[in-house]
Design a protein around this ligand. Structure first.
Ligand code: NAD
Length: 358
């Protein structure tokens, strides 16, 4: 198979982890006889420094013509505590999602057995947890009208959803539920918010088209509690942009670390595959970032955008084997991990590459 992949490292550890993610893609190409070509483009703080804008037109054009995008992260401490900055790295991310029509963000939360003890949740509660989140990505308060009024002393954001926006992601979630345990949980705040009442109405209207799927509704506050109390009760979960943002970070603790979780953003155009973590400037340049989320993002890319299921599974098996062999990055190591098994970013990547080429 011939495919063109755009690598967009972005900021901070984004560059460190996507380097390894790309190496894994290339190793898979060679192992399975595919021909992947690559290009790179700027986004976020590095793009602002180079061009004055967080998502240069050149990057967007390259994204639209690529078969898939392997993405790192955006963000820089310079902007985090400066609410007045007019140009911000996150603008690049939001614009990319809107321009590429990436309305569905898929986040599989699956715990590798070897990491049961790395989580702050008790192993007996975690064992067997396997959740697929569908987070809506191009609506909600992130894109609604926002303003400062009252001479800057009052501010508001608008939580807004249209029926078609809810319907297209909810249908994707129902389709996925059909291929899994046929259980779908929709999360909203319909007891308070009008946009959530619309959300729930749409889910209820669509449900009869999927009679084989059992639907339950949970309020976001209850869902956040149940996720920690009994993660195994969830299978496919669909929710809006803001609730999904918070809930999936919470769920990252089921997988042991932010450094383990991959995501796929798909919609009308090129799919974008990225770790759920940010640019992590506290560890940037130290060579300690966990590259497994980027590596697992590469697996999602092969599976979802190229339909290469066997190749994707080969990557997941490699991650499993390397963890079973006891190798850890610092974020997933525990008190029992021998110092010589704690690896840096590239050394962890090398273990995966070695397993794939063995
Ligand atoms: P973060 O995900 O960057 O880091 C949170 C914590 O997790 C940090 O202690 C970090 O060291 C650790 N961590 C994250 N990824 C790791 C990895 N691969 N290996 C080991 N440890 C890892 O979130 P933050 O600190 O809240 O945000 C930092 C910057 O990233 C901010 O500017 C924020 O806006 C941005 N951000 C970007 C995205 C994105 O690009 N999709 C997502 C979230 C945050």
């Amino acid at each position: 198979m011939k495919k063109h992949i755009l690598v967009v490292p972005g900021d901070g550890i984004g560059a460190e982890v996507t380097t390894v993610g790309k190496q894994v893609l290339e190793t898979i190409a060679q192992k399975f006889g595919h021909e992947f070509t690559y290009d790179e483009a700027l986004i976020g703080h590095v793009a602002i420094e180079a061009t004055g804008t967080a998502l240069p037109d050149e990057t967007l054009t390259k994204m639209k013509s690529a078969d898939a995008v392997l993405f790192g992260a955006v963000g820089h401490p310079k902007y985090d505590n400066d609410p007045s900055a007019k140009v911000r790295p996150e603008q690049g991310l939001l614009k990319m999602r809107k321009e590429l029509g990436l309305y569905a963000n898929l986040r599989p939360i699956k715990l590798f057995d070897e990491l049961l003890d790395a989580s702050s949740i008790k192993p007996e509660i975690l064992r067997g947890a396997d959740i697929l989140f569908f987070r809506e990505l191009t609506g909600d308060v992130y894109f609604g009208k926002r303003e400062r009024i009252d001479e800057g002393n009052t501010a508001y954001d608008t939580m807004i959803y249209s029926k078609y926006e809810v319907e297209r992601i909810v249908r994707k979630a129902f389709e996925a539920a059909r291929t899994r345990s046929k259980k779908l949980c929709s999360v909203d705040k319909a007891n308070v918010l009008e946009s959530s009442r619309l959300w729930r109405e749409v889910v209820q209207a669509i449900a009869p088209d999927y009679p084989d799927v059992t639907v339950e509704h949970q309020f976001i506050d209850a869902a956040a509690m149940l996720l920690i109390k009994d993660p195994k009760r969830f299978d496919v979960v669909v929710t809006g942009n803001l609730f999904g943002d918070i809930l999936t970070d919470e769920a990252s603790q089921i997988a042991g670390s932010m450094g383990m979780l991959a995501s796929a953003s798909v919609g009308d155009n090129t799919g974008v595959y990225e770790p759920i973590h940010g640019s992590a400037h506290d560890i940037t340049g130290k060579g300690v970032a966990n590259p497994l989320a980027s590596i697992l993002s590469a697996a999602l890319l092969l599976d979802i955008s190229f339909g290469l299921k066997e190749e994707a599974q080969a990557i997941i098996d490699a991650v499993d084997a390397v963890l079973k062999a006891g190798f850890r990055t610092r974020d997933i190591a525990d008190a029992n991990t021998p110092e010589e098994k704690i690896l840096g970013t590239q050394a962890m990547g090398d273990q995966i590459l070695q397993y794939l080429t063995a």
